[in-house]
Design a binder for this molecule. Sequence first.
Ligand SMILES: Nc1ncnc2c1ncn2[C@@H]1O[C@H](COP(=O)(O)OP(=O)(O)OP(=O)(O)O)[C@@H](O)[C@H]1O
Ligand SMILES: [Mg+2]
Length: 324
Amino acid sequence: MSDTIVKTTDLSVAFKVKKDLVPAVRQVSLSLEKGRTLVILGESGSGKSTYMKALLRILPHDAAIDGAAEFMGEDLLLKNEKEMRELRGDRISMIYQDSLSALDPMYKVGDQVIETIRAHRKSVSRAEAREQAEQLFVKVGIPSPRERMRTYPHELSGGMRQRAVIAMSLCCSPYLLLADEPTTALDVTIQKQILNLFLELQEKDGMSIMMVTHDIGVAAQVADEIAIMYGGIIMEYGSTREVLEEPANPYTRALIAALPKSGDRGRLVAIDGQPPTIVSMPSGCPFSDRCAYATQICKSSIPHLTPVTQTHQTACHLYERKEE
Ligand SMILES: Nc1ncnc2c1ncn2[C@@H]1O[C@H](COP(=O)(O)OP(=O)(O)OP(=O)(O)O)[C@@H](O)[C@H]1O
Ligand SMILES: [Mg+2]
């Protein structure tokens, strides 16, 4: 059996804006193998969260999804809502970008994890679920787990709350963890601890991770493969080493050049100009209006991913022409 956990082929999402359907994710073809980490890296508004939400089918009802999305060989786009509900939080788990909203302020964090376990594992007793929840708290590095389980979300520090959210996302031992900016709100030390925790869990359980970030430092730390997303398309895709050390796309090069030279935070700072919004998208390459190398074709036609090596692709008209 193939070890491909996720595979999308030309996956597209369009949102209803006034009366028009406006594309936010355009023909994205990516795949993720068992036990590996794919990081989707890109500036704000590039479509990263929308792509992940399309996989879990948690987009607004009037969003149009096109193309194909497979999870462990099953067609996600053919599943009905009941089948999707069974998958969510179970074989596929997601840490949302606004993850604090994943916790209900009215309930103790331990009870929330216990209830999530019980919702998916009907045969597990409350006592067993409590035991499992405590073990999860230990696993994610929450000290004094028994006491912490009895606290309300607002009583925990940001780092501890995020760990509780992660514990909840792991409670059904997912095959696939979708993590949307899981460490953005945290300081660097806690961020490192949580990323190390992901790697540890992955080594132990063979979990696959798809993570979204706009932080190159985070991507470099955890990714096996990186997909650079901009204006709803994948600009560059390949092994972490090739994408970060031998970038073939002017956009990736601009992102890397924009990194602050000192400090290890790795935040993206300004590339000249603003990323487009879905209603202000250039008609050709989404980067064409900010790209120093753009020519006429870049302004009129969208580039497609072409191979650089067997494990590296770029979507750039300049690259395509160089190859001719
Ligand atoms: N429900 C919606 N209706 C209309 N447009 C939307 C909707 N959700 C997202 N968009 C638009 O789709 C584009 C992609 O949004 P998305 O949230 O996927 O970006 P992102 O890469 O996750 O950005 P960020 O880094 O800021 O989280 C943006 O232009 C956004 O404004
Ligand atoms: Mg997002």
